[in-house]
Design a protein around this ligand. Structure first.
Ligand SMILES: Cc1cc2nc3c(=O)[nH]c(=O)nc-3n(C[C@H](O)[C@H](O)[C@H](O)COP(=O)(O)OP(=O)(O)OC[C@H]3O[C@@H](n4cnc5c(N)ncnc54)[C@H](O)[C@@H]3O)c2cc1C
Length: 521
């Protein structure tokens, strides 16, 4: 098959592969394809990567015990989980293998617990053990329950940290990102040579009027993947959004949970049940709930009066002594499900080349464990792409991401002092709650995939994520962006174009030159 070599000029050249969606799945595919001599691009409607489901989840790397054997979810989660140590080392992403206890609180839960163990064995989950209450207490002191299934391969990770790292590394390897470009139409066209159709490609139009062309089109659009498939003329089952709401608890409780503790899920539960999740950064999450929401709210991330009090109660029951001031923030994420509300439960991932549209690869229903499975999904998609386009490995693929893993505040004192000596901005705290320095905020703004908007700075540096939720640091970051990067009031966005922080000045800035620079004649 003849290969076109696009020069990344919108509208003129033809990409080898275009990926719609810059969530963890799209970015993992982009990085995987960037190992090869291909022209690849990612198209994302939001102004930054990881603004969808990929930043709104529990951040757990699942072991694979929860999924029916012989499904894609089972195979890809076990494989994806196993790939994470090397991937996180290469990309300098923090991950902690803290293991998980799935706990039977009473005898009624035991059949469900045994079913998980059998599934885990069939799926090849390593290191599983059934523990009685005294052995469970050694792992998690004070835990209630009669038996628990221990899965040491379960882990926690920063979901947006992983997505941003994958995107940065893909970009370092030549992938082009079109951010703020919402796909609004897809058509098939042909290149003609000697009056004969020589090559077919996809012409993808964006809402902003631009277009790109690509030989292979990969639909990783999460909650909107069914709409994208339909745009391409491909029959796709509907995606149903199922909301999960969370509370974030203060870091005061860091260390309370040594491991992940989950209840035994019911057969038709759309999620894994409300539980406590210690995050890789030292907070605890309570949640997620699971409630289907109407189609027009697919991307509404409101938390509700119905769920929040229930999460507070549940939190108080699971962590006695919890104070009202420990609840620092709430958020929600929506699962892109293939099972309708009346059925509940979970469907399997769909990852395939559409039968009636050669070159169109679509990924539908990538709900949990999509984060865990992302690097393995990327390999499956690579093989599908490889069936259409010759894959030749690059000699100069950069596997590693530069920069420092983890936070400056976590380094040993002498190392911090040494670095602050060389780079004084390491000595200036911008975010007091999370001890984030000015240099870390600057790195978030200036790195190869620099942050756009305050949410981007937050996801990259963790500034604004502490208990005051930006009360202290937003003013300092705003001043930095205004004075050192020339931002005007209308340039400050929280995330998308409709999230302006300011509408203008309340009074005109004082432009009088300082006295010592006045021209005295
Ligand atoms: C409450 C909850 C808890 C979860 N917990 C876990 C967990 O602990 N472990 C785990 O493994 N998984 C978990 N998941 C699942 C995991 O978060 C998802 O499987 C994963 O994030 C999916 O990534 P994605 O890239 O497919 O989707 P997304 O992150 O949603 O990315 C899709 C992207 O496509 C873009 N897009 C959509 N339409 C268009 C368009 N027309 N044009 C251009 N761009 C478009 C969107 O803006 C978005 O950025 C959880 C999910 C939820 C909701």
């Amino acid at each position: 098959m003849p290969r076109s070599r696009g020069r990344w000029i919108l509208g003129k050249e033809i990409f080898d592969a275009a990926i719609i969606g810059a969530g963890v799945v799209g970015c993992a595919i982009a990085r995987e394809l960037s190992r090869f001599e291909l022209n690849v691009c990612v198209i994302e409607k939001e102004p930054d990567v990881s603004f969808g489901t990929s930043s709104r989840n529990s951040g757990v790397l699942h072991s694979g015990i929860n999924y029916e054997p012989d499904t894609k979810r089972a195979r890809l989660s076990v494989r994806g989980n196993g790939m994470m140590d090397a991937l996180c080392a290469d990309l300098k992403v923090q991950m902690k293998r803290i293991g998980k206890l799935t706990v039977a609180l009473s005898r009624e839960d035991l059949p469900g617990l045994n079913r998980l163990r059998e599934r885990g064995a069939a799926n090849g989950v390593s290191g599983m053990e059934m523990l009685d209450s005294s052995r469970m207490s050694k792992i998690q002191p004070g835990i209630a329950g009669i038996f628990g299934l221990w899965t040491p391969s379960s882990a926690v990770i920063s979901p947006y940290g992983l997505t941003i790292a994958l995107a940065e590394n893909a970009r370092a390897n030549g992938v082009r990102f079109f951010l703020g470009c919402e796909v609004s139409g897809i058509r098939r066209e042909s290149v003609f040579a000697d009056d004969r159709a020589d090559k077919d490609y996809f012409c993808v139009s964006f809402q902003n009027g631009l277009e790109i062309r690509s030989s292979v089109l990969i639909n990783a659009a999460g909650l909107h993947a069914d709409e994208i498939s339909r745009m391409a003329g491909v029959n796709a089952p509907p995606v149903w959004a199922c909301r999960g709401e969370y509370f974030v608890l203060d870091k005061r409780l860091d260390g309370t949970l040594k491991t992940l503790v989950y209840p035994v899920p019911g057969q038709n539960d759309p999620g894994l049940g409300i539980h406590l999740t210690p995050t890789v950064d030292g907070n605890i999450l309570i949640g997620p709930s699971a409630a289907y929401i109407p189609d027009e709210y697919r991307e509404s991330y409101r938390v509700t009066d119905r769920v929040m009090p229930a999460l507070r109660r549940e939190g108080g029951r699971m962590l006695p002594g919890l104070a009202a001031s420990d609840f620092i923030r709430s958020f929600a994420g929506n699962r892109p499900k293939l099972t309708p509300p009346e059925r509940g439960g979970n469907g399997d991932f769909i990852i395939e080349e559409a039968e009636d549209r050669p070159g169109f690869i679509h990924l539908l229903g990538i709900e949990s464990p999509g984060l865990t499975s992302a690097p393995a999904i990327a390999e499956d998609v690579r093989d599908l792409v490889g069936a259409r386009i010759e894959l030749r490995k690059k000699d100069d693929f950069i596997a590693h991401r530069s920069g420092c893993a983890g936070r400056f505040a976590d380094l040993p004192g002498d190392e911090r002092a040494y670095m602050a000596n060389i780079e004084p901005e390491y000595g200036e705290i911008v975010c007091r709650c999370e001890s984030i320095t000015k240099k870390e905020v600057r790195d978030a703004i200036e790195n190869p995939f620099g942050a756009r908007g305050l949410s981007g700075i937050k996801y990259r540096s963790r500034a604004m994520m502490g208990r005051c939720q930006g009360g202290f640091c937003v003013a300092r970051i705003v001043r930095m962006l205004r004075e050192e990067y020339g931002y005007g009031p209308e340039d400050f966005l929280m995330n998308g174009p409709n999230s302006r922080l300011f509408s203008g000045f309340t009074r005109e800035p004082d432009r009088t030159p300082p006295a010592d620079s006045e021209d005295d004649g």
